[in-house]
Design a protein around this ligand. Structure first.
Ligand code: AP5
Length: 246
């Protein structure tokens, strides 16, 4: 399966990506994690990306696209992947379409949108903590580790991201509305979008995501078998979104 997660900062993309990728057995590819690893190691890519990330701006498309192009050519990603944080602009989405056509003669299977209001995003980002070793994501109130600032999974030290400061979060939300939100219409128009309510307990959101993907795939198979007119695939996405919101 070739799957993209889209949603505002703090919607829970990283949290859900880990569970969903495991469920559908594909590698999780997070552009934010790749950039942060490069910043930590002070690579040329990290040095280039750091100023943009610290301000909450997007890293320029040419830099990001080259990085993703290289990652998607690695053997583990050839048969499927879950992308978290890419694409984030319509030009990035167009390049991804071209890349998949070139390398695998195929396209994306589905785009899952995590729907969360801005005030919830702010609550989530202000309490987020991330493990330095395994990147597992915690929250001081909603999903706290047993020992403050220590990862339950591997004992790694937890840190607060530079871009989770209040003023940077405000900019990230503006950047999302301006540059990334148009992707929702882009993918809805291609019949690939499934939206789910991403509020409530993490496990409930995961279950909603898995159900929505199953529902979407079932609609897709019916379309492939031929009993519906063209456009039904988009309707399946709309139905799945409506079901998830009920
Ligand atoms: P990136 O790391 O992708 O940041 P983001 O999209 O802003 O998303 P976040 O990682 O902040 O949030 P999330 O949705 O993953 O939420 P999470 O699961 O952590 O990108 C960082 C930067 O890199 C960008 O600003 C940009 O500069 C650059 N970049 C990356 N990709 C790029 C691209 N394609 N083009 C250009 N630049 C790019 O959850 C947040 C918190 O909420 C956690 O504490 C979690 O525990 C908690 N939580 C999760 N789910 C729930 C729940 N259901 N209930 C309560 N709390 C919850």
């Amino acid at each position: 399966m070739r799957l993209v997660l889209v949603g505002p900062p703090g919607a829970g993309k990283g949290t859900q990506a880990a569970f969903i990728a495991e469920h559908v057995t594909v590698p999780k590819i997070s552009t934010g994690d790749i950039f942060r690893a490069n910043v930590t190691q002070a690579t040329p890519l990290g040095l280039q990306a750091r100023a943009y990330m610290d301000r909450g701006d997007l890293v320029p498309d040419d830099v990001t696209i080259e990085m993703v192009r290289n990652r998607l050519r690695e053997p583990d990603a050839l048969d499927g992947f879950l992308l978290d944080g890419f694409p984030r602009t319509v030009p990035q989405a167009e390049v991804l379409d071209d890349l998949l056509r070139e390398t695998a003669d195929t396209g994306l299977d589905v785009v899952l949108e995590l729907v969360v209001e801005n005030d919830e995003v702010v609550r989530r980002l202000s309490g987020r903590r991330t493990c330095r070793e395994c990147n597992h994501i915690w929250h001081v109130d909603f999903d706290p580790p047993q020992v403050p600032d220590v990862c339950d999974l591997d004992g790694g030290q937890l840190f607060q991201r530079e871009d989770d400061k209040a003023e940077t979060v405000a900019n990230r939300l503006e950047v999302y509305a301006e540059s990334t939100a148009p992707l929702v219409a882009y993918y809805a128009g291609r019949g690939l979008l499934v939206g789910i309510d991403a509020t409530g307990p993490v496990d409930d959101v995961t279950q909603r995501a898995i159900d929505a993907l199953r529902h979407f795939r079932a609609g897709e198979q019916r379309t492939a078998a031929g009993p519906f007119e063209a456009g039904t695939r988009h309707q399946a996405a709309v139905d799945a979104r409506d079901t998830a919101h009920r």
